[in-house]
Design a binder for this molecule. Structure first.
Ligand SMILES: *Cc1c(COP(=O)(O)O)cnc(C)c1O
Ligand SMILES: [Zn+2]
Length: 417
């Protein structure tokens, strides 16, 4: 079965022009890098396949469960890492603490390379195979890079990844274990990005740039498809995600939009976008009702420290079209949320993921979210990726001599933490 028959055309989010899905383009040929494309489907055809029985009988527990809604050929999906179908936990403790009707956590840290980025990277790898490309390249310091490296390794694809000089060792280690060719550039992120662009043009490698490549948002949308299915297609009132480039939130919107077009859900959940106080170009543009402007990247949440977001239109529309909103949170609120999520729910989130919980808390306190609402909070990445920052809130472990007397004294002092 060829699924490309369901994806029909690209539509430019800027000038609205459409292009056949068969065209070999990543961005609108007229608007160039501003012309981010959206992929459109023949929902009438998909409707005939994806009915209620389809889901009941589907034993595929990965994003390929939603193959008719993805712009890839089935052939190349057989041998990938198992991406997606992460748990949606039903919270008791924090639901009661914040007094809402229902609170769910979608733990994306359980993807193969421990972040939501796997949903996009596996699609990039499959597209590269379809195009008979052997080498994929990107520049990144974070989850996009390690995720691409891991997913490519499984499929026998090579990766060349450009990182800035200050890239944290934890994320570099992950890359190197996956056998990536790591180019550590003597300079900042912009320098790494520019060199990678020149190298990609020179060598013709496949370009994994989530913001620009429209296939990647289609991968990210599977998180929304899963949330809906895991709740028997009764979607929550709110879905919360943190926002960097704007691809994740764009994907969340697209997933629910697809389901609405298929008649599988009645209404779209409101989408709450969360940004960091030290880097909030979407928040600022949304409230000042203007175009995005470059901002500083001054936050502990490195995965959403994006001063020049590459997907501004999708990031704003996701919120506007669902009657949602944006909130921003401080680094302290992020770190408090990391601790709370760990202690009350047993989930270890990296700062950009803990920001999602912090955003929910802020929206609840401001009564943007009400006590009658149900909420799904996406925990976008695992905390083991950044233990250095976690230790700042938790504190270093205390060393005891191996005798019972010291132990008793320590425990009964009651100040273990
Ligand atoms: C990339 C990322 C985000 C934000 O996604 P964008 O598409 O950049 O908006 C949030 N959390 C984590 C952990 C990420 O890696
Ligand atoms: Zn265009």
């Amino acid at each position: 079965m060829s699924n490309l028959s369901f994806a029909t055309q690209y539509r430019c989010t800027k000038c609205n022009k459409t292009y056949s899905i068969k065209e070999d383009i990543l961005v609108c040929p007229e608007c160039l890098d501003d012309g981010i494309l959206d992929i459109e489907y023949d929902y009438n055809k998909i409707k005939k396949i994806m009915d209620n029985d389809y889901f009941k009988n589907n034993k595929e527990l990965s994003i390929w469960r939603y193959l008719p809604l993805l712009p890839v050929e089935e052939t190349y999906t057989k041998n990938t890492l198992r991406v997606g179908w992460t748990p949606l936990y039903n919270s008791q403790t924090l639901r009661d603490e914040f007094n809402v009707k229902a609170l769910y956590f979608k733990d994306e840290g359980l993807n193969p390379t421990q972040s939501l980025k796997d949903r996009a990277s596996v699609i990039a790898c499959v597209k590269a195979l379809e195009k008979k490309q052997k080498i994929i390249s990107c520049s990144s310091t974070g989850n996009a890079a390690s995720s691409l490296a891991g997913n490519a390794a499984k499929l026998g694809l090579e990766t060349v990844i450009f990182v800035p000089k200050r890239a944290p060792i934890g994320k570099l280690t992950q890359l190197m274990v996956f056998g990536s060719t790591l180019i550590k550039v003597n300079g900042d992120y912009k320098a790494a990005y520019n060199l990678s662009k020149e190298a990609i043009d020179h060598y013709g490698w496949y370009n994994r740039n989530a913001a620009i490549n429209p296939n990647l948002v289609e991968g990210k949308k599977t998180v929304a498809l899963e949330i809906a299915e895991q709740l028997n297609f009764k979607v929550p009132d709110w879905v919360v995600t943190s926002v960097g480039d704007g691809c994740t939130i764009g994907g969340v919107y697209k997933g629910f939009y697809d389901l609405q077009q298929l008649g599988l859900i009645e209404h779209l959940p409101k989408i709450l976008g969360v940004q960091s106080e030290g880097c909030s170009p979407f928040y600022d543009a949304f409230y000042e009702n203007r175009a995005l402007e470059e901002t500083d990247e001054n936050t502990i949440a490195d995965s959403i420290a994006v001063g020049i977001p590459r997907n501004p239109i999708k990031g704003i529309q996701a919120v506007k079209k669902t009657d949602g909103t944006y909130v921003k949170v401080s680094d302290n609120e992020i770190m408090d949320s990391m601790k709370l999520l760990g202690e009350k729910e047993g989930i270890f989130a990296e700062p950009a993921a803990a920001a999602c919980l912090a955003g929910f808390i802020k929206a609840r306190r401001k009564n943007i979210i009400n006590k009658d609402d149900s909420i799904a909070v996406i925990i976008t990445g695992n905390g083991l990726k950044d233990t250095k920052n976690a230790l700042k809130v938790i504190g270093e472990p205390i060393l005891l001599d191996a005798n019972l007397k010291d132990l008793i004294q320590y425990i009964e002092r009651g100040d273990k933490k």
